[in-house]
Design a protein around this ligand. Structure first.
Ligand code: URP
Ligand code: ZN
Ligand code: ZN
Length: 458
């Protein structure tokens, strides 16, 4: 039996901060106490460090295939970067071809991930194309442990019709699953994009104008209205507007089974962060677009007051070359930003240290609430007896500078390049084994496991 004690650290959970040791046996937490003494255990000294639950990132693309581009991190590279960022479970997406059954696309993804992921993983299943056939597969997918289904309200080739959305919601509700939504009105975005291009307003700094706030707020309002028809559990990905967060918050207050997430780039950047620099504007292109600065503080507030309950990354990295090769036409620049490795240090540094979020609230947003919402809890997302020993040791005093070249995400165009950060994950433990320590991968081969997810009662 393998035994490990993490000694001397301060454990931070969604509820409290406590100086306690953690005893792990065979990958599972078996005791939490002030001073655990076990003779035959490996000891990790966590004095002066915080011990957090390993991060759960429910929105990563490993990779994301759209049009002529495919984002650059595959499951191996992306989960390696996740491990360096203190993330121990990710949920990626199965994106079937239009006519391909969900089961076949899932099989492909499972084969890619097997023996190739550094952290534990699961998948959301995208529904598009032959929607009726895919709807018929929903009950089986839920039974197999894949209960979340993603739809896009934007993007040519991905966008579904409203009647399809309602049919999907009905089927998901009957099967006991949940819907995840990319909520943007794609018709508005495509029309404004076409108008801008026609007028010669093609530079990347025009991108924000092509996806104004109404794109998102209209789509969120619509999906929340539809969600009431069947009472479908609904999760809104990557909320970028104060008004969108407020709509979700109000639905939650009314007791609707709705959750919302935002991502570091919507909190830390605004539509003017590029300062007129076209290259930086290209690096910031993602959908929904990054909005005006008045949204930033409001989004922090919605994380603090539980209008939004999840912090994810929408990890989707590209290279500088890919971002810049069509600099003359924003509509052909691939959308997405790398982030899976930076969620903890960025949000600790800018959110917890600056008093926008308590440390406990951060832990809830970072691990506990995502695990609960997506059917990973109580195995994942907490420091508690019986849970997997997925832990991250965090040095809250370490001062460092973000340099893409010293990180592990396959990107050289981070909008945070050169930012001075305080706080760094220094060790990541997956099911009781040290995965990353002293800035190195410690495991010699990927040992991430597929986690089948089951949602509790609504
Ligand atoms: O621009 C983005 N967000 N790219 C990734 C795909 C998506 O919409 O989440
Ligand atoms: Zn999206
Ligand atoms: Zn995404």
């Amino acid at each position: 039996m393998s035994k490990l004690v993490i000694k001397g650290g301060t454990c931070v959970t969604a509820e409290a901060r406590l100086r306690q040791d953690v005893l792990v046996e065979n990958g599972v937490i078996v005791a939490l106490d002030q001073d655990i003494q076990i003779v035959d255990a490996e000891i990790i000294d966590a004095n002066g460090l915080f011990v957090l639950p390993g991060g759960v990132d429910v929105h990563v693309h490993l990779p994301w295939p759209k049009g002529q581009y495919i984002s650059l991190d595959d499951i191996n590279q992306g989960t390696k970067a996740a491990a360096f960022g203190g993330v121990t479970t990710i949920i990626d997406f199965v994106i079937p071809d239009e006519q391909e059954p969900l089961a076949a696309a899932l099989e492909r993804k499972l084969n890619e991930a097997q023996n190739n992921a550094w952290v534990d993983y699961s998948f959301h299943l995208n529904i598009r194309g032959a929607v009726d056939k895919k709807i018929a597969e929903i009950p089986e997918m839920v039974t197999l442990g894949f209960p979340s289904f993603k739809v896009f309200m934007a993007y040519e080739g991905f966008r579904i019709e409203d009647v399809e959305l309602l049919n999907i919601m009905q089927a998901i509700q009957t099967a006991g699953g949940m819907l995840d939504v990319h909520a943007e009105n794609g018709l508005i975005a495509d029309r404004i994009t076409a108008q801008l291009i026609e007028k010669g307003r093609t530079a990347p700094t025009y991108y924000a104008m092509a996806r104004p706030e109404i794109c998102e707020t209209e789509a969120i309002q619509r999906v929340l209205a539809y969600a009431q028809v069947y009472g479908t559990r609904t999760h809104i990905h990557h909320v970028s507007t104060a008004a969108g967060a407020e709509l979700i918050g109000r639905s939650r207050q009314k007791g609707m089974p709705v959750t919302g997430e935002t991502c570091p780039h919507y909190l830390l950047l605004n539509a003017d962060s590029h300062g007129g620099d076209q290259q930086m504007a290209a690096f910031m292109i993602c959908a929904p677009s990054i909005k005006g600065s008045e949204n930033q503080e409001a989004l922090w507030h919605s994380l603090a007051d539980d209008s939004l309950s999840i912090l994810a990354t929408d990890h989707c990295p590209y290279s500088k070359q890919q971002k810049l090769e069509n600099l003359g036409n924003f509509s052909t620049i691939p959308g997405g930003i790398g982030g899976v490795e930076l969620r903890l240090p960025l949000i600790f540094s800018e959110g917890v240290r600056k008093g926008r979020l308590s440390f406990e609230r951060f832990v809830n947003l970072w691990a506990t609430a995502p695990a609960k919402t997506f059917g990973l809890y109580p195995r994942k997302g907490q420091i508690a007896i019986g849970s997997d020993a997925d832990l991250v040791l965090f040095d809250s005093a370490q001062n460092w500078t973000i340099r893409a070249e010293s990180l592990h995400m396959n990107t050289d165009c981070l909008p945070y390049e050169g930012w001075q950060i305080i706080g760094k994950p220094v060790m990541t433990i997956l099911r009781g084994k040290v995965l990353v320590g002293q800035n190195q991968l410690v495991c010699d081969k990927p040992d991430g496991q597929l986690i089948r997810r089951f949602l509790g009662a609504q």
